[in-house]
Ligand binder design. Structure first.
Ligand code: CP
Ligand code: NVA
Length: 300
């Protein structure tokens, strides 16, 4: 039966570790220049309702490296749900291509695509989750910290899609996650109730205390641009800066899914500093997504 990757909760713990292993193998092959054209002649359709640098480039490059091909469908190209219904688009795409990746506003758009497609569908970010990002983040933490289970992760800022996917990962893999958000900007409550190892606070200092990984994301996500000015005021105590990071473990690493709004959620000295691993993280989007595409292709 075909599988989709819409939420971190779609995977078992074992499947997550299998994907990290496959991602690392594909990364090694890539670095050594060993051909790994596992998806020769396959086609990925990439549906975008929102802008992207990393997601577009890593999926497209990943498909090329795997011997396949990717088609970029810009927001104005297919106008999901306006020019035609989501189910009709899903059924049509299923007749031509082998995989679909979609970046959408409403999470229901990507679940409707998956339910109506006969081919695997990957969530390339929705308002509820960013599961490919978090698989990449976990691979990056494993590379830098060796054991994920013993790692203390602090997420500071908005309880958004990235935060929800991190909570799901903490629920499945058992690492300790402490989240600090302003009041009223907490993550989705359905995610919090499933994650016994996730703690929520409104005090960023408390969250970073003894943290091995300190993670942040933009204060206003795509689609929330009209709230950006208001959010800047509310979120200012949640900035990752040198003073806040004095409270973290001295070997902490800094993570950010990017794009960053420098001077807002993170200062230049922190994102460019010696603890920052944000570009290792960005690189790993490529490797883990190749693993996800190979794995999904083998399930169907
Ligand atoms: N982190 C991430 O998904 O980046 P893009 O929005 O550039 O794809
Ligand atoms: N939370 C951000 C992530 C961007 C990759 C957003 O949804 O815009």
């Amino acid at each position: 039966m075909k599988r989709d990757f819409i939420s971190i909760f779609d995977l078992s713990r074992k499947e997550m570790y299998d994907l990290f292993e496959l991602g690392q193998k594909l990364k090694e092959s890539q670095k050594k220049g060993v051909a790994h054209k596992i998806l020769r002649d396959k086609t990925l359709a990439m549906v975008f309702e929102k802008p992207s640098l990393r997601t577009r480039v890593t999926f497209e490059t990943g498909m090329t490296q795997l011997g396949g091909h990717a088609i970029y469908l810009a927001p104005a190209d297919i106008k999901l749900g306006t020019r035609e219904t989501v189910p009709d688009a899903a059924k049509s795409l299923s007749r031509w291509v082998d995989l679909v990746m979609a970046r959408v506003f409403a999470h229901k758009t990507v679940t409707d695509l998956a339910e109506n497609a006969t081919i695997p569908v990957i969530n390339g970010l929705s308002d509820l989750e960013h599961p490919c990002q978090v698989m990449c983040d976990l691979l990056t933490i494993i590379e830098h910290k060796k054991s994920l289970k013993k790692t203390m992760v602090a997420y500071i800022g908005d309880g958004n899609n990235v935060c929800n996917s991190l909570i799901a990962a903490s629920a499945l893999l058992g690492f300790t996650l402490t989240i600090a958000t302003p009041k009223g900007y907490e993550p989705h409550k359905d995610y919090l109730v499933k994650a016994q190892k996730t703690r929520l606070t409104h005090d960023p200092k408390e969250a970073v205390k003894d943290a091995d990984v300190v993670y942040t994301d933009v204060w206003a996500s795509m689609g929330q641009e009209q709230e950006a000015e208001k959010r800047k005021k509310v979120f200012s105590p949640f900035q990752l800066n040198a003073e806040l990071l004095n409270h973290a473990n001295k070997n902490h690493v800094i993570m950010h899914c990017l794009p960053a709004h420098r001077g807002e959620e993170i200062t230049d000295d922190v994102i460019d500093g010696s603890h920052s691993i944000v570009f290792d993280q960005a690189e790993n989007r490529l490797h883990i997504q190749k693993a996800i595409m190979v794995w999904l292709s083998q399930q169907s």
